[in-house]
Design a binder for this molecule. Structure first.
Ligand code: NAD
Length: 257
C-alpha cells in the first residue's frame, strides 16, 4: 500500500481518544494532519508534539455543530497546505440517559454532534476534494445502533445508525468526483471517554469481547488508514466493523473456553 506522503487529512474530534489514534496513524504514514476539536488546547498540544517529531500538523478549535466555524478551519487548512485528500469525521459524544429521563435537548445534542457534525465535516471538505477529483471520507460510526443496542444509549445508537444512512447517500453523490465515503464501526475502544464509565464497567465490557480486551485507539486508526488509502478506491458506502469479534457470539461466550 502506498504511503500517505503528500496527502492532507482532516480529523475531527482529533485531540484525544479514537481521533488521536487516527491522527497518529495517518501522520505516521506520511499525511499532513489537520486536527479539529472543541478542545483547541488539546488539539494544539498534539499538533505541536507531531511537529516536534517532524510531521506536518496544524490544529483548529471548532465545534462540528457550527458549520461556519468548520468551514473557516478547513478553508484555512487548505490555503496553508494546498490540498485536501482525506476526512476522518470522528467527533462524537455518548452521554447516557434512560428513555424515561431523555429530554428533547439530550436527544438533539447527540444527533447534532454525531450526525449533523459529520454532515458539516463532509460539506466543509468535499469541495476541496472535488477540485482534485480525489477524496477519501471515513466516518466513525459504531456497532452500537447499526448492529447492537445498549440501554441508556438509545439516542446514541440512533445517531450512529443515522450516520450510515448519511454515508450511503453521500457515497452516491460524491463517487463521480472520485470521492469514496465509508465508515468504521468500532466496538469498545479504551479512550478517556470510555474510561469515564469506570474500571468495573470496562472489565465487564472486556468479558464480552472474544479477543479479551478493548481496542487501542490506533487499531481504529489503522482501519481508517486502509479506507483512506488510494488502494481502497473501489470501496464506497460500506461500514467496517472493528470490534475484536464482539458482535459474533451467538448466545454469549462459553465461560469454559
Ligand atoms: P472521546 O470523548 O475520548 O474524544 C472525543 C473527542 O471529540 C474529544 O477530543 C472532544 O473534545 C471532541 N469533540 C466532542 N464533541 C465535539 C464537537 N462538538 N466538535 C468538535 N469536537 C468535539 O471519544 P472517543 O471514545 O474517542 O470517540 C470518538 C468517536 O468514536 C465518537 O464518534 C464515538 O461515537 C465513536 N466511538 C467510540 C467508541 C468507544 O468505545 N470509545 C466506540 C464506537 C464508536
Amino acid at each position: 500500500m502506498k504511503g500517505l506522503d503528500g496527502r492532507v487529512a482532516v480529523v475531527t474530534g482529533a485531540a484525544t481518544g479514537i481521533g488521536m489514534g487516527i491522527v497518529s496513524v495517518l501522520a505516521q504514514e506520511g499525511a499532513a494532519v489537520v486536527l479539529i476539536d472543541l478542545d483547541g488546547e488539546g488539539a494544539a498540544a498534539l499538533a505541536h508534539e507531531l511537529g516536534q517529531a517532524g510531521r506536518t500538523a496544524m490544529a483548529f478549535e471548532a465545534d462540528v455543530v457550527d458549520r461556519a466555524a468548520l468551514d473557516v478551519a478547513v478553508d484555512e487548512a487548505c490555503a496553508q497546505l494546498g490540498r485536501l485528500d482525506i476526512l476522518a469525521a470522528n467527533a462524537g459524544i455518548y452521554p447516557t440517559s434512560t428513555l424515561a429521563d431523555m429530554s428533547d435537548s439530550d436527544w438533539d445534542r447527540v444527533m447534532n454532534v454525531n450526525v449533523k457534525g459529520a454532515l458539516h465535516a463532509i460539506q466543509a471538505c468535499a469541495p476541496a476534494m472535488r477540485r482534485n477529483g480525489y477524496g477519501r471520507i471515513v466516518l466513525t460510526s459504531s456497532i452500537t445502533g447499526p448492529v447492537t443496542g445498549q440501554p441508556r444509549l438509545s439516542h446514541y445508537g440512533a445517531s450512529k445508525a443515522a450516520m450510515l444512512g448519511l454515508m450511503r447517500g453521500a457515497a452516491l453523490e460524491l463517487i463521480s468526483d472520485g470521492i469514496t465515503v465509508n465508515a468504521v464501526q468500532p466496538g469498545n475502544v479504551l479512550t478517556s471517554g470510555v474510561r469515564g464509565f469506570g474500571e468495573d464497567f470496562i472489565a465487564e465490557m472486556a468479558k464480552d469481547i472474544p479477543i479479551g480486551r478493548l481496542a487501542d485507539p490506533a487499531e481504529i486508526g489503522w482501519a481508517v488508514r486502509f479506507l483512506a488509502s488510494e488502494e481502497a478506491g473501489y470501496i464506497t458506502g460500506q461500514g467496517l466493523v472493528v470490534d475484536g469479534g464482539q458482535i459474533l457470539p451467538e448466545g454469549g461466550i462459553d465461560p469454559e473456553a
